[in-house]
Design a protein around this ligand. Structure first.
Ligand code: SF4
Length: 217
């Protein structure tokens, strides 16, 4: 059994979540504002942000773009320079290698606009590709990260074990216009209210719609 009410009221739930997360200064919105200028910047930010706090990723992206602000310039940076610019980001050594290779490809061909094209780039998985498709190109794509997976299950709109299952279930359940914005809003809400270990349920604006599956409060 799933939480049908939450599915039906998802438009309102997203609106309430976004308003609260903005009030609380969710880092993802600041990162979004700073990287919104180009699909390449969104791609770089998203690939670097895996297992890294958004603030740390944004600082690294700003350092990087202050030195090299195009794919060609990034591709031509020595690897050790790239690694020191990305220092602090999780797995920065491997990500620097991937970024150098990715930038060389994008310098020649541009940022791919398809899932297939994006996942063919070094260091870009399905989650990153879907986030880029939605944020950079406004496509109906859903990147399911830990926040999206966790919050969807807590709300009771899915009952899934793996992010890939969550992606399929949500795409089946929700309207395309909601899917596009779901990642950014759930991430922001997961950073500020529906926290991984101790969700702030008593302050939650969608408490009335949430089944709080697996939440011990
Ligand atoms: S009520 Fe609690 S578990 Fe449900 S969305 Fe709000 S913070 Fe998360």
């Amino acid at each position: 059994m799933l939480n049908k009410t939450a599915v039906e009221r998802m438009e309102e739930i997203l609106r309430l979540m976004e308003r609260e997360a903005r009030k609380k200064g969710a880092p993802v919105f600041e990162a979004e504002r700073k990287s919104a200028s180009s699909p390449f910047k969104i791609l770089v930010f998203t690939m670097l942000s895996a297992r890294t706090k958004d603030e740390t990723t944004m600082n690294a992206v700003e350092r990087l773009f202050a030195v090299a602000d195009t794919p060609a310039k990034i591709a031509s940076l020595p690897l050790h320079t790239l690694q020191s610019l990305l220092y602090g980001v999780g797995f920065y050594r491997q990500k620097a290698k991937n970024l150098k290779a990715l930038a060389a490809i994008v310098a020649k061909k541009g940022v791919p606009r398809t899932l297939k094209g994006l996942v063919a780039l070094p260091g870009v998985g399905r989650k990153t590709a879907n986030i880029v498709l939605a944020r950079a190109f406004g496509k109906t794509a859903l990147g399911v990260d830990v926040h999206v997976h966790r919050i969807s299950n807590r709300l009771g709109i899915v009952a899934t074990k793996k992010p890939e299952e969550t992606e399929k279930a949500l795409i089946k359940l929700l309207k395309p216009s909601l899917i596009k914005n779901l990642n950014r809003i759930f991430v922001a809400f997961g950073q500020t209210v529906c926290l991984p270990k101790a969700p702030l349920c008593s302050q939650c604006p969608v408490f009335a719609y949430c089944w709080r599956v697996g939440v011990d409060v």
